[in-house]
Design a protein around this ligand. Structure first.
Ligand code: SF4
Length: 385
């Protein structure tokens, strides 16, 4: 069995009562069958509490209306199941979160969820490029059959992801250029799959690697070319953002405050028209963004977010063949986290801290990326793009 994980994976430690927004509120926590069986057998007063605080039909913990807090989260923000029973009495969801696992044939990929404030802090404050550690054990996993997973496509998707990692970690290139190269590779792969030319994907990956090397050999030229093109594209950025914003309105709201943030963000950033938006962006870029003394931090944050989304989601394309959509979702998410950060900067009187960046990242992830329903809506929408 092969395993992978980001190099910072083991540094995670739950903040528990120091967490700014505990994961035990706001979400419906689904309990696995084994834990339900265990909870059913607990006796005494705590057994009664378990019996009355679980929705046995849905297999979820009940929540208090106010803030949708889990019925077992006490006033000190500690879990009563953990303290009254034992740490291993926690259900799989609570024991695992924010650790996330993706399974493929013979491969288990572990990651941390961006929706957890501490995991987001670890990822976004990591100064060095994210490395993906890989190791093997003798252990055998139940193998997948061919209907579940196209093995050949998986090898190609994994190879392509390796090239994407190389591109994303190349700090001599502007992050916007790195993202464009990754998008182009995914779009070309998608074309091959759509036209039943899967056998050409290997060549597409080799070409992308060569184009990347050429870009590295001509850093100044490639960056200048890209900036020139971007100058021409400025009108489209505003229109594209206004169009993309509509997809948030189709999603379920996990928290009312998220809806308020979106409405206010619309009125501050976009409702005033393109000229006002561009003027605000230019002020941001000069103080905290890509034209400021924080340029390297801004670039590094974009890189770490892209690494997170590509690592966590790209190989999932083997199940639905939505190769391009997986990368569109990554670039969409990075773009909108950056927009949320701009909004927060404006709200703070044009000031920004790393804490603000971390907070906007996990808030986006909680509402959009960590909700199966919202992720589905976003992927469907991006698939049509
Ligand atoms: S969100 Fe993360 S840090 Fe906060 S309580 Fe949950 S696991 Fe711990």
């Amino acid at each position: 069995m092969r395993y992978t994980k980001p190099h910072f994976y083991d540094t995670f430690e739950c903040l528990a009562d120091r967490c700014p927004d505990t994961c035990c509120a706001g979400w419906q926590i689904v309990i696995d069958e084994d834990s339900l069986d265990k909870y059913e057998q607990v006796e005494g007063p705590f057994g009664n509490r378990l019996a009355n605080s679980i929705d046995w039909e849905e297999g979820t913990f009940l929540q208090y209306e106010r803030e949708r807090r889990c019925a077992f989260l006490n006033e000190q923000n500690f879990c009563d199941i953990y303290t009254e029973l034992a740490p291993d009495a926690l259900c799989d969801t609570c024991r695992m979160y924010p650790r996330h696992i993706e399974m493929y044939d013979g491969l288990r990929e572990e990651s941390l969820s961006l929706s957890c404030p501490e995991a987001a802090r670890i990822m976004l404050t990591c100064q060095e490029p994210t490395q993906i550690l890989s190791w093997e054990t003798e252990e055998e996993e139940d193998s997948f059959d061919e209907d579940e997973m196209d093995f050949l496509l998986f090898t190609r998707v994994e190879d392509a992801r390796e090239v994407m990692f190389q591109i994303l970690r190349e700090r001599r290139l502007d992050i916007r250029q790195r993202m464009t190269m990754v998008e182009m590779l995914a779009e070309k792969m998608q074309q091959c799959v759509d036209e039943c030319r899967d056998y050409e994907i290997d060549d597409v990956i080799i070409e992308a690697e060569e184009a990347f090397r050429e870009a590295c050999n001509a850093i100044d030229l490639s960056l200048k070319d890209m900036m020139d093109k971007e100058e021409d594209n400025i009108p489209d950025v505003y229109s594209a953002l206004c169009r993309e914003f509509t997809v948030f309105k189709e999603m379920e709201l996990l928290r009312d405050e998220w809806g308020q943030t979106l409405d206010h963000m619309w009125s501050v950033l976009y409702a005033g028209g393109r000229e006002q938006y561009e003027e605000l962006c230019s002020r941001f870029d000069q103080t905290y963004g890509c034209d400021s003394k924080y340029r390297e931090d801004w670039q590094r944050i974009g890189e770490q977010l892209m690494m997170f989304f590509v690592y966590t989601y790209f190989c999932g394309a083997v199940y639905d063949e939505w190769i391009a959509t997986k990368i569109r979702m990554a670039t969409f998410s990075v773009r909108w986290i950056q927009e949320l950060v701009r909004y927060r900067w404006w709200e703070n009187g044009e000031k920004l801290t790393m804490e603000n960046v971390i907070q906007m990242s996990w808030r986006y992830a909680r509402e959009v990326e960590h909700s199966d329903e919202n992720l589905g809506i976003l992927e469907e929408w991006l698939q049509g793009e």
